[in-house]
Ligand binder design. Structure first.
Ligand code: PEP
Ligand code: MN
Length: 337
């Protein structure tokens, strides 16, 4: 259920509504918007009379949320959510670019990457230290040592850090190095991991599962939010279809669909979305044109020597070219870069 308080409702009025919701068995999540305070009630009860709340003092309206996800629903925060990380705002007018190699491989590789990505205008460096590889014999990542190298390189160039968390036991250590924790496609429905991420107070970037519906993506976001962490960034990264030409099918349509259904920021990963370097730039352009709040792009100083995802990693020159094109596209859809 959702209770929207009147503009300027008194704290005592808000508290009275919260008390009543709690007495009825709801867990209450409070969202303080610019104008209205919204109280989201998550609980066992579907049958209640919204009018019982609408007659309470200070209440503007009350309704049931029909979607299975409540806190992730657009109605919880109709104006949208802006997530602030360092000096960067995700979900605001600026399209936020997160770029870097698939994996952190060496001190030199991540230092070069940070230098090149920062020069091109990225806000974040990405790089996996724990890699979810299809084969157990493939490079599995440098672990904490990789995060140390990436944090140092990022700090030298004023970048923020995003990296993938594969297991809940890695969370406390990773919080010391990362500004945003990424949940990979394979872990989108690792509900224990999502619950643990609900307890932290740093943003989580949640990738759409390889064969997940949009509703399942939003329900996974709901797991994190139900734990009290409202800072969830969603990410379209391509889904598995019958098409084999590309590694995945980049579902550009998911971007406007999610923007309508949810208030959460939505970014796009055209690298995993296509798996082919020559298709990354067109899909990145299309994602921004479709309303993505940001991009997650794989860029490598020398893709031919990459230990993972070389074929889909952009050369630094290509990344520069993409950024130049986005500077033209973003303003055409009311955004900045
Ligand atoms: C990655 O970002 O390198 C990655 C493994 O992504 P995904 O979980 O989307 O496959
Ligand atoms: Mn990758």
């Amino acid at each position: 259920m959702l209770v929207v308080m009147q503009e300027g409702a008194a704290e005592a009025q808000i508290q009275a509504v919260i008390d009543r919701m709690v007495a009825m068995g709801f867990n209450v999540h409070r969202s303080t918007g610019v104008v209205h305070t919204v109280l989201g009630g998550v609980g066992p009860m579907d049958e209640f009379d919204p009018a019982a709340f609408e007659v309470m003092e200070g209440v503007k309206e009350c309704h049931r949320i029909m979607s299975p996800y409540k806190l992730a629903s657009r109605s919880f925060r109709p104006g949208g959510t802006i997530i602030k990380v360092g000096g960067v705002e995700i979900g605001g007018p600026k399209v936020v670019v997160m770029a870097g190699p698939c994996s952190v491989e060496s001190e030199q590789q991540i230092a070069r990457s940070a230098e090149q990505c920062a020069a091109a205008g990225a806000s974040f460096i990405r790089g996996g230290a724990f890699k979810p590889r299809s084969s157990p014999y493939a490079f599995q990542g440098l672990g904490e040592e990789g995060l140390k190298l990436m944090r140092r390189a990022a700090d030298q160039h004023g970048l923020l850090v995003i990296s993938e968390v594969m297991d809940h036991t890695q969370i406390p250590m990773m919080l010391g190095y990362c500004d945003v924790l990424q949940v990979g496609a394979r872990n989108m429905q690792n509900f224990n991991l999502l619950k643990e991420l609900g307890k932290i107070r740093k943003p989580v970037l949640l990738k759409r599962g390889i064969s997940a519906t949009i509703e399942e993506l939003l329900l996974s976001a709901e797991y994190v939010m139900a734990g009290g962490n409202y800072e969830v960034i969603l990410c379209e990264r391509g889904i598995r279809t019958f098409e084999t030409y590309t590694r995945n099918t980049m579902d550009i349509s998911a971007i406007p669909v999610v923007k309508k259904l949810s208030h959460l920021p939505m970014v796009a990963d055209p690298s995993h979305g296509t798996g082919r370097r020559d298709k990354v730039i067109p899909m990145a352009r299309a994602s921004v044109a479709a309303g993505a709040d940001g991009l997650l792009v794989e860029v490598h100083p020398n893709p031919n020597e990459a230990l993972s995802d070389g074929p889909q990693s952009l050369y630094p020159d290509q990344f520069n070219e993409l950024m130049a094109q986005l500077k033209i596209i973003a303003p055409a859809v009311g955004r900045t870069l």
